[in-house]
Design a protein around this ligand. Structure first.
Ligand code: ADP
Length: 525
């Protein structure tokens, strides 16, 4: 393997990239790659993942292949690298035939340090033949969560990457992502056969962001009240549909705010003008579909509002992550209604069974997050596999749940019932079924599995479905149960959960918010 000294890495950092220090784990990650090891990097957006493969690309002999699904951003990245004096190219469907020939020629001549390739270009036979002929120093797979069906951004072509790079020869592989739940992480590693990779995972806590969820009621009035004291501040409002984007942008403009719409249906000149206006501070508020934000690096976004309930916690984390990049406060406000969840579920109805089931679980997680009264930060970080003591939320920007502590009760007996439901049904079921058993439902599934014979059947019939769902979700956060990696939605006991059943102890359970009074009519005025 190549011998690269610490001095060379540091001088390259300074002389080529113009930075004085490595950030976080960058130096360890780079060393690991340079030592020829497969590497898996999980870091929040903005933490500096690109440098982790760009710097090795500079010091290693040959060409680094970067697989990235974001065609729109490839050009930006390549332009930035060229501005640093590096020879970088991209191969994707936006290039003409003669441009492709030129890129290949330069690369074959050994003149390319970084070659960005879109996954759909990577899978083309003529490109595979071309790649076989060049000296590849490293393969970087950016946005690696796209490999996983369990993620929010699955791209089928990503599944073929491993087979293709396997044919290209022996070289280290680095997979990078900003969003990976433990389940997605395992899926990525399995798919890329990177079981022996060194994993570098940074904390996902964004200490300067305040998280808040409000019921989706009188929403326009609430938005105006929220925005009034924030006039002149930069913010993003995400809506689900293009129509809603237009409507809200106009509504804000009429109310004297400098707001503009952004969605894929706008003329590209209008879209660019609005984006530029936002970056250059002529526009304070961008009202957008989730098409907006990828690669937007505006440091002083002070708030992100989700007008409509988001599709997944990962997406939500990513979108709210655009607030407070400068380290100063950011307010993340989500409007929630169960009607939105049902609407989003309908969008999935034409998809394959797996995608539909997966989409449903992602949505259930959003609804659990919104309806739960547990510290938001604790829930978000738990989602990414991190433990977090809510007592510490005070030392951050905080959240609505910690600011207004929810009602709680001593719930040892409830927890025992919930965990027994998991174990006595053979650790093969999800929340919905377990709640049915606990509440003594006589539906055909419960009866056909004989779950009416379990010791806890009907034990919780006095309490609501919402409360029992919430207790099971809190059991997940307490790490008494965990999600089965292979069977979506299925819950299993952990060692900690088994211990609790053996010797139960006092435990505080928070009551969920009651959104049942929310009807379609009250959502909007
Ligand atoms: P990510 O891919 O993790 O979202 P980027 O690679 O785009 O993040 O980096 C985010 C920002 O941080 C960029 O503006 C980049 O130039 C900057 N950056 C990366 N590493 C360093 C460093 N060591 N020192 C200073 N700035 C850095």
């Amino acid at each position: 393997m190549s011998e690269v000294s610490t001095d060379l890495l540091r001088s390259t950092l300074k002389e080529v990239f113009g930075y004085h220090h490595f950030r976080g784990n960058q130096e360890n990650i780079i060393n690991n790659i340079i030592n020829g090891k497969d590497t898996f990097v999980i870091m929040p957006t903005g933490a500096g993942k690109s440098l982790c493969y760009q710097l090795p690309a500079v010091v290693l002999e040959g060409t680094t292949i970067v697989i990235s699904p974001l065609i729109a951003l490839m050009k930006n990245q390549v332009d930035q690298l060229r501005a640093l004096g590096l020879s970088a190219y991209f191969l994707n469907s936006s290039l003409s035939k003669s441009e492709i020939t030129k890129v290949k020629k330069e690369t074959l001549a050994g003149n390319t340090k970084l070659l960005y390739v879109a996954p759909e270009s990577l899978t083309k036979e003529e490109n595979i033949e071309f790649l076989k002929k060049i000296n590849i120093s490293l393969v970087a797979i950016d946005e690696a969560h796209c490999i996983s069906e369990w993620g929010h951004d699955f791209r089928p072509e990503y599944r073929r990457i491993k087979t293709i790079i396997g044919d290209l020869g022996e070289m280290p592989v680095v997979a990078l992502t900003a969003t990976a739940t433990p389940k997605v992480q395992i899926d990525i590693q399995r798919n890329l056969q990177m079981d022996n990779a060194t994993v570098f995972k940074s904390s996902f806590n964004r200490h300067n962001l305040y998280y808040e969820v409000r019921p989706k009621q009188n929403i326009k009035k609430q938005i105006i009240q929220f925005l009034k004291p924030r006039k002149g501040q930069s913010g993003i409002i995400y809506c689900l549909s293009r129509k809603k984007v237009e409507e809200i942008a106009q509504f804000l403009a009429v109310n004297g705010f400098r707001a503009a719409p952004y969605h894929a249906g706008l003329e590209s000149s209008v879209r660019m003008a609005n984006q530029d206006g936002f970056l250059s501070e002529d526009i304070d508020i961008i009202v957008a579909t989730i098409a907006f934000g990828m690669g937007i690096d505006k440091p002083d976004v002070r708030f992100v509002i989700h007008y409509d309930t988001p599709k997944s916690i990962e997406g939500y984390y990513q979108e709210t992550g655009r607030a407070g990049r400068d380290g100063l406060d950011g307010h993340c406000l989500m409007f929630y209604s169960y009607n939105d969840i049902l609407k989003l579920e309908k969008f999935n109805k034409d998809k394959s069974v797996t995608e539909r089931e997966n989409g449903k679980v992602l949505l259930e997680e959003v609804s659990a997050y919104a309806e739960s009264a547990v510290c938001r930060r604790k829930q978000l970080l738990h989602y990414f596999g991190e433990s977090w003591d809510e007592a510490e939320c005070q030392s951050t920007a905080g959240c609505d749940a910690c600011n207004n502590p929810p009602e709680s009760f001593e719930g040892q007996e409830h927890m025992v019932t919930a965990l027994k439901a998991v174990s006595e049904t053979g650790e093969r079921f999800g929340i919905g079924h377990l709640v049915d058993v606990i509440r003594g439902s006589a539906n055909q599934y419960v009866l056909s599995y004989g779950h009416d014979k379990t010791s806890i059947y009907g034990k919780g019939k006095e309490e609501s479905k919402e409360l029992w769902s919430s207790i099971l979700r809190q059991a997940l956060i307490f790490e008494f149960i965990e999600k089965d990696i292979d069977n979506i939605g299925v819950l299993k006991l952990t060692g900690k959960g088994k211990d609790f059943l053996k010797s139960p102890h006092d435990i505080k359970i928070t009551k969920p918010h009651d959104y049942s009074q929310l009807t379609r009519e009250t959502e909007e005025e």
